[in-house]
Design a protein around this ligand. Structure first.
Ligand SMILES: NC(=O)c1ccc[n+]([C@@H]2O[C@H](COP(=O)([O-])OP(=O)(O)OC[C@H]3O[C@@H](n4cnc5c(N)ncnc54)[C@H](OP(=O)(O)O)[C@@H]3O)[C@@H](O)[C@H]2O)c1
Length: 326
């Protein structure tokens, strides 16, 4: 099968389109013919090997040779222990623990997979999983946002952020979205009450206090986040620098004890129920899916460069051409 592979960390130039062996699913896994795969910052991090946690599969060279964790496609084959899906089902989901989405076929378990709604295209479905999981847990399940609360989303114009703004508005919060100037109109159009251009203003220094901060791109000191929180407020780091993450793990419990403010790393759990929940919101028009650009598999390097260089608004999706003779 065709796949986009890489053998060393680096820029999109290290990506190559190659013929590789098809993945072989184990008894509890499915083989999926990939129709579309969306790009996440985690792909960019996996490509460049930065931050350091992106090297979890291999310190000096990538452990997984194929990136891509948000897929939508058709079930081609199932292992004998697979219960919920059968060949021919149209599915979508997160395969973060496997990788391998930038390819004609991928294998995964049932856990973070759901049936694709008939009214949704493969591209739309592929744009959902990882970003929606993080946003749902940050805002709803762990964030438990209540009406009238002040919520700030740092990195609001990207994949997670565009879902998070809308979920926080649905929960009745007053929402502030932080991102670069190019993305502020999109953030407002999704319902944010206030926007901040991170190149001009530091939200931790403007005297405002938030009940919940969801940060997809954390790089400040833990004390800056403490300053920006309201009494009893919660800060979640979803992604960002390893230094900030360590500070939070070390000092978060002490800050909570001394101030009541909760500063934590968000460890996202994946459950297909969340995929069903978010697709219902999308199908009912309560949440909008924002796909900025579409690319073909052979253009994967360009697609990653577009996200990595800071242009992507919402989601970027790769459509995988189907070779039906395989
Ligand atoms: N916690 C977990 O369990 C878990 C699970 C999966 C993934 N993750 C992580 O969660 C993160 C998800 O990110 P995503 O896919 O939503 O990223 P994304 O789509 O790239 O969005 C990030 C946004 O932040 C903006 N940004 C960059 N620098 C900023 C700054 N200094 N201040 C404010 N905004 C800034 C980016 O804009 P520019 O265009 O200016 O760069 C972009 O619009 C990734 O780091 C991923 O590894 C966490």
């Amino acid at each position: 099968m065709k796949a986009i592979v890489y053998y060393k960390y680096g820029s999109p130039d290290v990506l190559k389109l190659e013929e590789v062996d098809m993945p072989t699913p184990a008894d509890n896994e499915l083989l999926i013919k990939v129709h579309a795969v969306s790009i996440n910052r985690s792909d960019w991090e996996g490509l460049t090997g930065k931050p350091l946690y992106a090297r979890i599969g291999g310190l000096f060279k990538p452990g997984y040779k194929i990136l891509g964790s948000d897929i939508a496609g058709t079930v081609e084959a199932v292992g004998k222990d697979v219960q919920q899906f059968k060949p021919g089902d149209e599915v979508f989901g997160l395969i973060l623990n496997y990788g391998g989405g930038f390819a004609e076929y991928a294998r995964t378990s049932e856990r973070a997979l759901a049936l694709k709604p008939a009214g949704m295209t493969f591209e739309q479905a592929a744009a959902i999983p990882q970003a929606a999981f993080i946003a749902l847990q940050g805002i709803r399940e762990k964030g438990q946002v209540q009406p009238g609360q002040k919520v700030l989303i740092n990195g609001a114009g990207g994949g997670t952020g565009t879902f998070a703004i809308q979920l926080a508005k649905l929960a009745g919060a007053e929402v502030t979205g932080v991102d670069n100037r190019e993305k502020l109109d999109l953030i407002k159009s999704l319902g944010a009450d206030h926007v901040i251009d991170y190149t001009k203003e530091d939200f931790t220094k403007n005297g405002q206090h938030y009940d919940l901060i969801l940060d997809v791109i954390a790089h400040r000191s833990v004390f800056a986040y403490q300053r920006a929180l309201a009494p009893n407020g919660t800060y979640f780091l979803a992604g960002g620098s390893v230094a900030t993450m360590f500070q939070i793990l070390l000092l978060g419990p002490w800050i909570r004890k001394t101030t009541g403010k909760k500063i934590r790393v968000l460890a996202v759990q994946t459950d297909s129920k969340d995929l069903v929940y978010i697709t219902e919101l999308i199908e009912s028009g309560k949440v909008k899916l924002f796909i900025d650009k579409r690319y073909s598999l052979s253009e994967a390097a360009e697609a990653l460069r577009y996200l990595g260089e800071g242009h992507a608004k919402g989601k970027v999706v790769i459509t995988v051409e189907q070779n039906n003779e395989t």
